[in-house]
Design a protein around this ligand. Structure first.
Ligand code: SF4
Ligand code: SF4
Length: 165
């Protein structure tokens, strides 16, 4: 059987690269002359973060300065990135507390599940993103470091206000 070649006719409007290039250049020049440029001089200028921004974690404390965590184990259980390490302890009165509590911010995907699931509203994702480090180990936040964070915490998604308006 002979092989046949079917030649497709395409209108010049779809194949003209000159036309596409001119269109692109027009957009570039439009932005060059735009007085409202979007280049920000970071770190002098910073974005106003959304109240729902999920960044660096923070462990809240009670009136005695102790972590509000009761080592229930829910947050390491639900964490999809498996980046929370908890070793629970118990005092002589039977109160549970975290002997070890660590979050690897490098592995975290900032889903916010830990905040949602915490019955004590102890652990929170925070409205903070400037947490770069020179080593992976530097991203592991222990309890003391989590408690020392002072940035605002994230407002969780509210089904009554899905768009945050
Ligand atoms: S925000 Fe998500 S991934 Fe990060 S520690 Fe919490 S549960 Fe794990
Ligand atoms: S869910 Fe809250 S109380 Fe439970 S282990 Fe995590 S931080 Fe502690």
């Amino acid at each position: 059987m002979a092989i046949q070649v079917k030649v497709l006719e395409r209108p010049i409007r779809q194949t003209s690269y000159v036309r596409a290039m001119l269109k692109g250049m027009a957009i570039t020049f439009k932005h060059l002359t735009n007085p409202h440029k979007v280049t920000w001089q970071y770190p002098e200028q910073k974005w106003d973060l959304s109240p729902r921004w999920r960044g660096t974690h923070r462990m809240l404390t009670d009136e005695n300065g102790k972590a509000k965590c009761v080592a229930c184990g829910l947050c390491p259980q639900i964490c999809p990135a498996n980046c929370i390490k908890l070793v629970p302890g118990e005092d002589e009165e039977g109160n549970r507390y975290p002997l070890v509590y660590e979050i690897d911010e490098f592995r975290c995907i900032f889903c916010g599940y830990c905040q949602e699931v915490c019955p004590e509203e102890a652990i929170h994702v925070g409205r903070h993103y400037e947490n770069s480090e020179y080593s992976r180990a530097g991203f592991v936040y222990d309890l003391e470091r989590l408690m020392a964070q002072t940035h605002p915490v994230c407002e969780m998604w509210d089904p009554a206000d899905p768009r945050g308006e």
